[in-house]
Design a protein around this ligand. Structure first.
Ligand SMILES: Nc1nc2c(ncn2[C@@H]2O[C@H](COP(=O)(O)OP(=O)(O)OP(=O)(O)O)[C@@H](O)[C@H]2O)c(=O)[nH]1
Ligand SMILES: [Mg+2]
Length: 447
Protein backbone atom coordinates (compact mmCIF):
# COMPACT_ATOMS: atom_id res chain seq x y z
CA UNK A 1 0.00 0.00 0.00
CA UNK A 2 2.71 2.43 1.07
CA UNK A 3 4.69 1.30 -2.01
CA UNK A 4 1.80 2.23 -4.27
CA UNK A 5 1.41 5.58 -2.53
CA UNK A 6 5.08 6.39 -2.87
CA UNK A 7 4.87 5.37 -6.57
CA UNK A 8 1.93 7.75 -6.98
CA UNK A 9 3.86 10.45 -5.15
CA UNK A 10 6.82 9.79 -7.46
CA UNK A 11 4.55 10.11 -10.53
CA UNK A 12 3.19 13.40 -9.26
CA UNK A 13 6.69 14.70 -8.57
CA UNK A 14 7.81 13.58 -12.03
CA UNK A 15 4.75 15.21 -13.62
CA UNK A 16 5.52 18.44 -11.77
CA UNK A 17 9.13 18.41 -12.94
CA UNK A 18 8.22 18.24 -16.66
CA UNK A 19 8.88 21.35 -18.71
CA UNK A 20 5.95 22.75 -20.77
CA UNK A 21 7.54 21.51 -24.03
CA UNK A 22 8.04 18.03 -22.58
CA UNK A 23 4.39 17.99 -21.55
CA UNK A 24 3.24 19.02 -25.02
CA UNK A 25 5.30 16.34 -26.77
CA UNK A 26 4.35 13.69 -24.23
CA UNK A 27 0.62 14.53 -24.37
CA UNK A 28 0.58 14.61 -28.17
CA UNK A 29 2.37 11.25 -28.22
CA UNK A 30 -0.27 9.91 -25.83
CA UNK A 31 -3.06 11.15 -28.12
CA UNK A 32 -1.65 8.83 -30.78
CA UNK A 33 -0.88 5.73 -28.72
CA UNK A 34 -3.84 5.68 -26.30
CA UNK A 35 -5.22 2.12 -26.27
CA UNK A 36 -8.92 3.06 -26.48
CA UNK A 37 -9.04 6.25 -28.48
CA UNK A 38 -5.52 6.63 -29.87
CA UNK A 39 -5.21 8.14 -33.35
CA UNK A 40 -2.98 5.23 -34.43
CA UNK A 41 -5.77 2.73 -33.65
CA UNK A 42 -8.50 4.94 -35.14
CA UNK A 43 -6.50 5.36 -38.36
CA UNK A 44 -5.81 1.63 -38.48
CA UNK A 45 -9.57 1.01 -38.66
CA UNK A 46 -9.43 2.89 -42.01
CA UNK A 47 -6.33 0.90 -43.09
CA UNK A 48 -4.09 3.93 -42.62
CA UNK A 49 -0.76 3.61 -40.83
CA UNK A 50 -0.07 6.63 -38.64
CA UNK A 51 3.24 7.00 -36.86
CA UNK A 52 3.10 8.37 -33.34
CA UNK A 53 5.41 11.37 -33.05
CA UNK A 54 8.47 10.91 -30.92
CA UNK A 55 8.62 12.59 -27.55
CA UNK A 56 12.21 13.74 -28.04
CA UNK A 57 14.50 14.72 -30.86
CA UNK A 58 17.36 12.42 -31.83
CA UNK A 59 20.87 13.72 -32.36
CA UNK A 60 23.24 11.37 -34.16
CA UNK A 61 26.97 11.99 -33.63
CA UNK A 62 29.43 10.67 -36.16
CA UNK A 63 33.08 11.26 -36.83
CA UNK A 64 36.55 9.84 -36.66
CA UNK A 65 37.82 7.81 -33.77
CA UNK A 66 38.72 10.06 -30.82
CA UNK A 67 37.02 13.12 -32.35
CA UNK A 68 35.32 13.88 -29.01
CA UNK A 69 31.80 12.57 -29.71
CA UNK A 70 31.32 10.78 -26.39
CA UNK A 71 32.96 13.66 -24.50
CA UNK A 72 30.47 16.09 -26.06
CA UNK A 73 27.50 13.98 -24.84
CA UNK A 74 29.01 13.74 -21.34
CA UNK A 75 29.50 17.50 -21.34
CA UNK A 76 25.94 18.16 -22.51
CA UNK A 77 24.31 16.03 -19.84
CA UNK A 78 26.97 16.98 -17.26
CA UNK A 79 27.54 13.38 -16.27
CA UNK A 80 30.35 11.00 -17.17
CA UNK A 81 28.06 8.39 -18.64
CA UNK A 82 30.08 7.32 -21.69
CA UNK A 83 33.65 6.05 -21.76
CA UNK A 84 36.08 8.48 -23.30
CA UNK A 85 39.76 8.18 -24.02
CA UNK A 86 42.49 8.24 -26.60
CA UNK A 87 42.03 4.52 -27.33
CA UNK A 88 39.12 3.36 -29.52
CA UNK A 89 36.44 3.66 -26.84
CA UNK A 90 33.04 3.43 -28.48
CA UNK A 91 32.76 0.21 -30.46
CA UNK A 92 29.01 0.00 -30.85
CA UNK A 93 26.01 2.31 -30.87
CA UNK A 94 24.93 3.87 -27.60
CA UNK A 95 21.56 5.46 -27.19
CA UNK A 96 21.69 8.06 -24.43
CA UNK A 97 18.36 9.15 -23.04
CA UNK A 98 16.95 10.74 -19.91
CA UNK A 99 14.82 8.84 -17.44
CA UNK A 100 13.83 8.56 -13.83
CA UNK A 101 16.50 6.02 -12.91
CA UNK A 102 20.12 5.51 -13.92
CA UNK A 103 20.14 2.31 -15.96
CA UNK A 104 22.11 0.54 -18.68
CA UNK A 105 20.27 -1.62 -21.20
CA UNK A 106 21.50 -4.20 -23.69
CA UNK A 107 20.46 -4.48 -27.33
CA UNK A 108 17.08 -6.23 -27.02
CA UNK A 109 15.95 -4.09 -24.10
CA UNK A 110 17.00 -1.05 -26.16
CA UNK A 111 14.71 -2.20 -28.96
CA UNK A 112 11.81 -2.50 -26.52
CA UNK A 113 12.49 0.96 -25.15
CA UNK A 114 12.74 2.39 -28.62
CA UNK A 115 10.77 0.37 -31.20
CA UNK A 116 11.95 2.81 -33.88
CA UNK A 117 15.22 0.87 -33.93
CA UNK A 118 13.56 -2.44 -34.87
CA UNK A 119 14.60 -2.28 -38.57
CA UNK A 120 18.23 -2.24 -37.34
CA UNK A 121 17.78 -5.96 -36.63
CA UNK A 122 18.10 -6.54 -40.35
CA UNK A 123 21.77 -5.51 -40.23
CA UNK A 124 23.57 -8.55 -38.73
CA UNK A 125 25.60 -7.85 -35.61
CA UNK A 126 24.17 -4.41 -34.81
CA UNK A 127 21.79 -5.41 -31.99
CA UNK A 128 24.65 -7.16 -30.17
CA UNK A 129 26.50 -3.85 -30.34
CA UNK A 130 23.60 -1.62 -29.36
CA UNK A 131 23.16 -0.38 -25.81
CA UNK A 132 21.23 2.29 -23.95
CA UNK A 133 22.36 4.51 -21.14
CA UNK A 134 19.54 6.11 -19.17
CA UNK A 135 20.61 9.13 -17.20
CA UNK A 136 18.67 11.10 -14.60
CA UNK A 137 20.31 14.32 -15.79
CA UNK A 138 17.95 17.20 -16.52
CA UNK A 139 20.69 19.56 -17.65
CA UNK A 140 20.31 21.86 -20.63
CA UNK A 141 17.56 20.41 -22.86
CA UNK A 142 18.52 16.78 -22.25
CA UNK A 143 14.98 15.79 -21.22
CA UNK A 144 13.94 16.49 -24.82
CA UNK A 145 16.98 15.02 -26.56
CA UNK A 146 18.16 11.50 -27.30
CA UNK A 147 21.80 11.18 -28.30
CA UNK A 148 23.10 8.40 -30.48
CA UNK A 149 26.80 7.84 -30.01
CA UNK A 150 28.47 5.90 -32.80
CA UNK A 151 31.75 4.03 -33.11
CA UNK A 152 34.71 6.15 -34.20
CA UNK A 153 35.33 5.77 -37.90
CA UNK A 154 38.72 4.67 -39.15
CA UNK A 155 40.22 3.59 -42.44
CA UNK A 156 42.03 0.32 -42.80
CA UNK A 157 41.68 -2.98 -41.01
CA UNK A 158 39.45 -1.97 -38.12
CA UNK A 159 36.85 -4.74 -37.60
CA UNK A 160 33.48 -3.50 -36.34
CA UNK A 161 31.60 -6.83 -36.29
CA UNK A 162 28.77 -5.31 -38.34
CA UNK A 163 28.29 -3.11 -41.36
CA UNK A 164 28.99 0.22 -39.66
CA UNK A 165 28.41 2.31 -42.80
CA UNK A 166 24.98 0.80 -43.43
CA UNK A 167 23.97 1.15 -39.77
CA UNK A 168 24.98 4.83 -39.63
CA UNK A 169 23.19 5.55 -42.90
CA UNK A 170 20.03 3.97 -41.51
CA UNK A 171 20.29 5.90 -38.22
CA UNK A 172 20.85 9.08 -40.22
CA UNK A 173 17.40 8.64 -41.70
CA UNK A 174 15.66 8.70 -38.30
CA UNK A 175 17.83 11.41 -36.73
CA UNK A 176 16.63 15.01 -36.43
CA UNK A 177 20.18 16.33 -36.31
CA UNK A 178 23.41 14.78 -37.52
CA UNK A 179 26.57 16.17 -35.94
CA UNK A 180 29.77 15.43 -37.81
CA UNK A 181 32.87 15.90 -35.68
CA UNK A 182 36.22 16.51 -37.38
CA UNK A 183 39.12 16.80 -34.99
CA UNK A 184 42.32 18.64 -35.93
CA UNK A 185 44.62 15.79 -35.00
CA UNK A 186 44.92 12.39 -36.54
CA UNK A 187 42.31 11.31 -39.00
CA UNK A 188 40.26 14.38 -39.81
CA UNK A 189 40.28 13.27 -43.42
CA UNK A 190 39.39 9.61 -42.85
CA UNK A 191 37.93 8.29 -46.12
CA UNK A 192 35.22 6.24 -44.40
CA UNK A 193 33.95 9.35 -42.58
CA UNK A 194 33.94 11.38 -45.79
CA UNK A 195 32.08 8.64 -47.69
CA UNK A 196 29.38 8.31 -45.03
CA UNK A 197 29.06 12.09 -44.71
CA UNK A 198 28.67 12.36 -48.47
CA UNK A 199 25.89 9.76 -48.54
CA UNK A 200 24.08 11.29 -45.57
CA UNK A 201 24.29 14.73 -47.17
CA UNK A 202 22.48 13.37 -50.19
CA UNK A 203 19.58 12.14 -48.06
CA UNK A 204 19.43 14.68 -45.21
CA UNK A 205 21.39 17.83 -46.12
CA UNK A 206 19.28 20.11 -43.90
CA UNK A 207 20.00 18.04 -40.80
CA UNK A 208 23.77 17.92 -41.14
CA UNK A 209 26.03 20.10 -38.95
CA UNK A 210 29.82 20.06 -39.25
CA UNK A 211 32.11 20.96 -36.36
CA UNK A 212 35.82 21.25 -35.87
CA UNK A 213 35.94 19.49 -32.50
CA UNK A 214 38.73 19.59 -29.94
CA UNK A 215 39.56 22.99 -31.45
CA UNK A 216 41.70 23.80 -28.41
CA UNK A 217 44.14 21.20 -29.68
CA UNK A 218 44.47 22.81 -33.10
CA UNK A 219 47.43 24.91 -32.01
CA UNK A 220 47.85 28.57 -32.95
CA UNK A 221 45.32 30.42 -35.14
CA UNK A 222 47.34 29.83 -38.34
CA UNK A 223 47.38 26.03 -37.77
CA UNK A 224 43.65 26.00 -37.06
CA UNK A 225 42.97 27.90 -40.28
CA UNK A 226 45.07 25.38 -42.20
CA UNK A 227 43.15 22.46 -40.70
CA UNK A 228 39.83 24.13 -41.51
CA UNK A 229 40.87 24.80 -45.10
CA UNK A 230 42.16 21.26 -45.50
CA UNK A 231 38.89 19.74 -44.26
CA UNK A 232 36.76 22.16 -46.32
CA UNK A 233 38.82 21.37 -49.46
CA UNK A 234 38.44 17.64 -48.89
CA UNK A 235 34.68 17.96 -48.35
CA UNK A 236 34.22 20.20 -51.39
CA UNK A 237 35.72 17.50 -53.63
CA UNK A 238 32.47 15.61 -53.02
CA UNK A 239 29.70 17.06 -55.21
CA UNK A 240 26.88 16.76 -52.63
CA UNK A 241 28.99 18.60 -50.03
CA UNK A 242 30.17 21.33 -52.36
CA UNK A 243 27.54 23.93 -51.66
CA UNK A 244 27.42 27.59 -50.77
CA UNK A 245 27.12 28.59 -47.13
CA UNK A 246 29.21 25.73 -45.78
CA UNK A 247 29.93 26.33 -42.10
CA UNK A 248 32.21 24.58 -39.63
CA UNK A 249 32.10 26.17 -36.17
CA UNK A 250 35.00 25.41 -33.83
CA UNK A 251 34.10 23.73 -30.56
CA UNK A 252 35.87 22.21 -27.60
CA UNK A 253 34.68 20.67 -24.40
CA UNK A 254 35.67 22.94 -21.52
CA UNK A 255 37.41 20.97 -18.79
CA UNK A 256 40.60 20.57 -16.79
CA UNK A 257 42.44 19.16 -19.84
CA UNK A 258 41.46 22.05 -22.13
CA UNK A 259 44.56 23.59 -23.69
CA UNK A 260 44.83 27.32 -23.28
CA UNK A 261 43.74 28.79 -26.58
CA UNK A 262 42.44 32.04 -28.06
CA UNK A 263 40.14 30.10 -30.33
CA UNK A 264 36.44 30.98 -29.95
CA UNK A 265 34.43 28.13 -28.47
CA UNK A 266 31.11 27.90 -30.29
CA UNK A 267 29.84 24.95 -28.23
CA UNK A 268 26.99 27.05 -26.81
CA UNK A 269 25.74 27.59 -30.37
CA UNK A 270 25.45 23.80 -30.66
CA UNK A 271 23.08 23.87 -27.65
CA UNK A 272 21.08 26.68 -29.28
CA UNK A 273 20.85 24.64 -32.46
CA UNK A 274 19.50 21.69 -30.48
CA UNK A 275 16.95 24.00 -28.80
CA UNK A 276 15.92 25.41 -32.18
CA UNK A 277 15.37 21.89 -33.53
CA UNK A 278 13.26 21.00 -30.48
CA UNK A 279 11.06 24.07 -31.09
CA UNK A 280 10.73 23.21 -34.75
CA UNK A 281 9.85 19.63 -33.84
CA UNK A 282 7.06 20.84 -31.53
CA UNK A 283 5.58 22.96 -34.33
CA UNK A 284 5.92 20.11 -36.82
CA UNK A 285 4.37 17.67 -34.36
CA UNK A 286 1.35 19.92 -33.77
CA UNK A 287 0.98 20.57 -37.51
CA UNK A 288 1.20 16.84 -38.18
CA UNK A 289 -1.42 16.20 -35.50
CA UNK A 290 -3.75 18.60 -37.29
CA UNK A 291 -3.11 16.91 -40.65
CA UNK A 292 -3.64 13.44 -39.17
CA UNK A 293 -6.94 14.58 -37.61
CA UNK A 294 -8.04 15.86 -41.03
CA UNK A 295 -7.06 12.56 -42.67
CA UNK A 296 -9.27 10.67 -40.19
CA UNK A 297 -12.16 13.15 -40.54
CA UNK A 298 -11.96 12.81 -44.35
CA UNK A 299 -12.11 9.05 -44.03
CA UNK A 300 -15.17 9.20 -41.73
CA UNK A 301 -16.92 11.59 -44.13
CA UNK A 302 -15.97 9.46 -47.12
CA UNK A 303 -17.41 6.31 -45.49
CA UNK A 304 -20.66 8.05 -44.50
CA UNK A 305 -21.04 9.66 -47.97
CA UNK A 306 -20.41 6.31 -49.66
CA UNK A 307 -22.98 4.65 -47.41
CA UNK A 308 -25.53 7.37 -48.29
CA UNK A 309 -24.88 6.77 -52.01
CA UNK A 310 -25.27 2.99 -51.65
CA UNK A 311 -28.51 3.44 -49.72
CA UNK A 312 -30.05 5.72 -52.36
CA UNK A 313 -28.83 3.36 -55.15
CA UNK A 314 -30.38 0.43 -53.25
CA UNK A 315 -33.76 2.17 -52.88
CA UNK A 316 -33.98 3.09 -56.59
CA UNK A 317 -32.97 -0.49 -57.49
CA UNK A 318 -35.72 -1.75 -55.17
CA UNK A 319 -38.26 0.51 -56.85
CA UNK A 320 -37.31 -0.81 -60.30
CA UNK A 321 -37.43 -4.40 -59.03
CA UNK A 322 -40.95 -3.98 -57.58
CA UNK A 323 -42.12 -2.47 -60.87
CA UNK A 324 -40.78 -5.43 -62.87
CA UNK A 325 -42.24 -7.96 -60.42
CA UNK A 326 -45.63 -6.23 -60.66
CA UNK A 327 -45.45 -6.56 -64.46
CA UNK A 328 -44.47 -10.24 -64.21
CA UNK A 329 -47.47 -10.99 -61.98
CA UNK A 330 -49.90 -8.91 -64.06
CA UNK A 331 -51.29 -11.86 -66.18
CA UNK A 332 -51.95 -13.77 -62.95
CA UNK A 333 -53.76 -10.74 -61.49
CA UNK A 334 -55.86 -10.35 -64.67
CA UNK A 335 -56.76 -14.05 -64.72
CA UNK A 336 -57.48 -14.02 -60.98
CA UNK A 337 -59.86 -11.06 -61.20
CA UNK A 338 -61.82 -12.74 -64.03
CA UNK A 339 -61.92 -16.02 -62.12
CA UNK A 340 -63.18 -14.18 -59.03
CA UNK A 341 -65.89 -12.55 -61.14
CA UNK A 342 -66.98 -15.95 -62.49
CA UNK A 343 -66.89 -17.53 -59.05
CA UNK A 344 -68.87 -14.81 -57.25
CA UNK A 345 -71.49 -14.32 -60.07
CA UNK A 346 -73.02 -11.02 -61.08
CA UNK A 347 -75.89 -11.42 -58.59
CA UNK A 348 -73.61 -11.49 -55.58
CA UNK A 349 -71.33 -8.70 -56.81
CA UNK A 350 -74.11 -6.20 -57.37
CA UNK A 351 -75.04 -6.54 -53.68
CA UNK A 352 -71.67 -4.82 -52.97
CA UNK A 353 -71.09 -2.63 -56.06
CA UNK A 354 -73.93 -0.61 -57.66
CA UNK A 355 -75.16 -2.17 -60.92
CA UNK A 356 -74.13 0.87 -63.03
CA UNK A 357 -70.55 0.61 -61.86
CA UNK A 358 -70.45 -3.13 -62.38
CA UNK A 359 -71.79 -2.74 -65.96
CA UNK A 360 -69.08 -0.19 -66.69
CA UNK A 361 -66.30 -2.40 -65.20
CA UNK A 362 -67.59 -5.34 -67.19
CA UNK A 363 -67.58 -3.34 -70.40
CA UNK A 364 -64.15 -1.73 -70.17
CA UNK A 365 -62.28 -4.38 -68.19
CA UNK A 366 -63.90 -7.80 -67.71
CA UNK A 367 -65.08 -8.47 -71.28
CA UNK A 368 -61.79 -7.46 -73.06
CA UNK A 369 -59.72 -9.25 -70.39
CA UNK A 370 -61.79 -12.45 -70.60
CA UNK A 371 -61.46 -12.46 -74.41
CA UNK A 372 -57.67 -11.79 -74.17
CA UNK A 373 -57.22 -14.66 -71.69
CA UNK A 374 -59.24 -17.09 -73.80
CA UNK A 375 -57.18 -16.08 -76.89
CA UNK A 376 -53.94 -16.76 -75.02
CA UNK A 377 -55.17 -20.07 -73.61
CA UNK A 378 -56.34 -21.13 -77.09
CA UNK A 379 -52.90 -20.49 -78.61
CA UNK A 380 -50.28 -22.72 -76.98
CA UNK A 381 -47.34 -20.72 -78.41
CA UNK A 382 -48.76 -17.39 -77.24
CA UNK A 383 -49.27 -18.84 -73.78
CA UNK A 384 -45.68 -20.15 -73.66
CA UNK A 385 -44.36 -16.75 -74.79
CA UNK A 386 -46.47 -15.04 -72.14
CA UNK A 387 -45.16 -17.33 -69.40
CA UNK A 388 -41.59 -16.82 -70.66
CA UNK A 389 -41.96 -13.03 -70.60
CA UNK A 390 -43.30 -13.18 -67.06
CA UNK A 391 -40.40 -15.36 -65.89
CA UNK A 392 -37.87 -13.05 -67.59
CA UNK A 393 -39.47 -10.00 -65.99
CA UNK A 394 -39.41 -11.69 -62.59
CA UNK A 395 -35.75 -12.69 -62.90
CA UNK A 396 -34.81 -9.26 -64.24
CA UNK A 397 -36.50 -7.70 -61.22
CA UNK A 398 -34.56 -9.97 -58.89
CA UNK A 399 -31.30 -9.09 -60.69
CA UNK A 400 -31.86 -5.32 -60.73
CA UNK A 401 -33.14 -5.34 -57.16
CA UNK A 402 -29.95 -6.83 -55.69
CA UNK A 403 -28.91 -4.45 -52.92
CA UNK A 404 -25.34 -3.71 -51.88
CA UNK A 405 -24.39 -4.01 -48.21
CA UNK A 406 -24.76 -0.82 -46.18
CA UNK A 407 -23.38 0.20 -42.81
CA UNK A 408 -25.15 -1.11 -39.74
CA UNK A 409 -26.52 1.34 -37.22
CA UNK A 410 -23.74 0.44 -34.79
CA UNK A 411 -21.07 1.11 -37.44
CA UNK A 412 -22.57 4.54 -38.23
CA UNK A 413 -22.66 5.35 -34.54
CA UNK A 414 -19.04 4.29 -34.23
CA UNK A 415 -18.01 6.55 -37.15
CA UNK A 416 -19.88 9.50 -35.65
CA UNK A 417 -18.23 8.85 -32.28
CA UNK A 418 -14.82 8.92 -33.92
CA UNK A 419 -15.62 12.17 -35.69
CA UNK A 420 -16.95 13.76 -32.51
CA UNK A 421 -13.92 12.60 -30.57
CA UNK A 422 -11.57 14.25 -33.06
CA UNK A 423 -13.61 17.45 -33.33
CA UNK A 424 -14.47 17.87 -29.67
CA UNK A 425 -11.44 16.39 -28.01
CA UNK A 426 -8.31 16.15 -30.15
CA UNK A 427 -8.55 19.33 -32.25
CA UNK A 428 -9.31 21.63 -29.28
CA UNK A 429 -6.38 20.03 -27.42
CA UNK A 430 -4.12 20.73 -30.38
CA UNK A 431 -5.22 24.40 -30.35
CA UNK A 432 -4.63 24.55 -26.62
CA UNK A 433 -1.09 23.12 -26.97
CA UNK A 434 -0.33 25.57 -29.76
CA UNK A 435 -1.50 28.51 -27.62
CA UNK A 436 0.51 27.19 -24.73
CA UNK A 437 3.61 26.79 -26.87
CA UNK A 438 3.27 30.23 -28.49
CA UNK A 439 2.69 31.88 -25.12
CA UNK A 440 5.98 30.45 -23.94
CA UNK A 441 7.77 31.67 -27.06
CA UNK A 442 6.39 35.19 -26.62
CA UNK A 443 7.22 35.28 -22.90
CA UNK A 444 10.77 34.06 -23.67
CA UNK A 445 10.98 36.80 -26.24
CA UNK A 446 9.76 39.42 -23.75
CA UNK A 447 12.38 38.32 -21.28
N1 LIG B 1 41.62 18.92 -25.43
C1 LIG B 1 40.47 18.34 -25.67
N2 LIG B 1 40.34 17.03 -25.53
C2 LIG B 1 39.16 16.45 -25.79
C3 LIG B 1 38.04 17.20 -26.19
N3 LIG B 1 37.02 16.37 -26.40
C4 LIG B 1 37.47 15.12 -26.12
N4 LIG B 1 38.74 15.18 -25.74
C5 LIG B 1 39.62 14.03 -25.39
O1 LIG B 1 39.78 13.26 -26.58
C6 LIG B 1 39.80 11.89 -26.28
C7 LIG B 1 38.79 11.16 -27.12
O2 LIG B 1 37.50 11.61 -26.77
P1 LIG B 1 36.21 10.71 -26.92
O3 LIG B 1 35.08 11.51 -26.44
O4 LIG B 1 36.43 9.36 -26.34
O5 LIG B 1 36.16 10.59 -28.50
P2 LIG B 1 35.19 9.69 -29.36
O6 LIG B 1 34.94 10.44 -30.62
O7 LIG B 1 34.02 9.28 -28.58
O8 LIG B 1 36.12 8.46 -29.67
P3 LIG B 1 35.71 6.98 -30.10
O9 LIG B 1 34.65 6.54 -29.17
O10 LIG B 1 36.95 6.18 -30.01
O11 LIG B 1 35.25 7.10 -31.50
C8 LIG B 1 39.57 11.78 -24.79
O12 LIG B 1 40.80 11.59 -24.13
C9 LIG B 1 38.96 13.11 -24.39
O13 LIG B 1 39.32 13.49 -23.08
C10 LIG B 1 38.19 18.60 -26.34
O14 LIG B 1 37.28 19.35 -26.72
N5 LIG B 1 39.43 19.12 -26.07
MG1 LIG C 1 33.22 7.53 -28.14
Amino acid sequence: MSGRMSQRGGDAAFEGSLTPNEKILRDVHQLYVDEDNGLVNIARSFAIDLLAPRKKITVLLIGNHSAGKSSFINWYIEEHILKTGVAIETQGFTFVTSGRKRESLQGNASLHLNPYFKPLQEIPGVIENLSTEISTSRNKKFTLVNFLDTPGLTDGDMKYGFDVDQAILWLGKIADLIFVFFDPIGQALCKRTLNIVEELSEIRPERMRFYLSKADEAGPESDRQKVLIQIAQELCKRPSLNKAGFEMPTIYVPGPNTKSTRCVNQIEDVCKDIEKTINLTIQNTLDQLDKDCDIILDQVQHKLDKDGEVKSRNSSANFRAYFLWTLSFLPLVLWGSCALDAFLTKKTIVTVIPLDYYTMIEKIYLIPTRSMISNVIADYNLMAACVAVCIVLFLLGAFIGRSKPTLKRKQIKDLNNKRNFILENVKPKKDKYYQFYLKQCVSHHDN
